[in-house]
Design a protein. Structure first.
Length: 67
């Protein structure tokens, strides 16, 4: 699984974004795909087994459940 990285609040957000982007771009397409699946699995587990977003009606309209 992934790892949690805590950043010092004195570091500018731009530097953090650049670092994250370089890590993302260094991954293969397969690694990127499976990381998205892991994030989806974690988000469902934290939401009681329900997806955070679900299809609504026709097309690609997605809504978030109101709790």
């Amino acid at each position: 699984m992934g790892k949690l990285k805590l950043y010092d609040t004195s570091i500018p957000r731009e530097l953090i974004a650049q670092e994250r982007e370089s890590v993302y771009l260094s991954r293969t397409p397969e690694q990127r795909f499976f990381s998205v699946l892991r994030l989806n699995h974690i988000s469902m587990a934290m939401n009681g087994g329900k997806p955070l977003k679900s299809p609504q009606g026709k097309g690609l309209v997605i809504r978030k459940l109101i709790i």
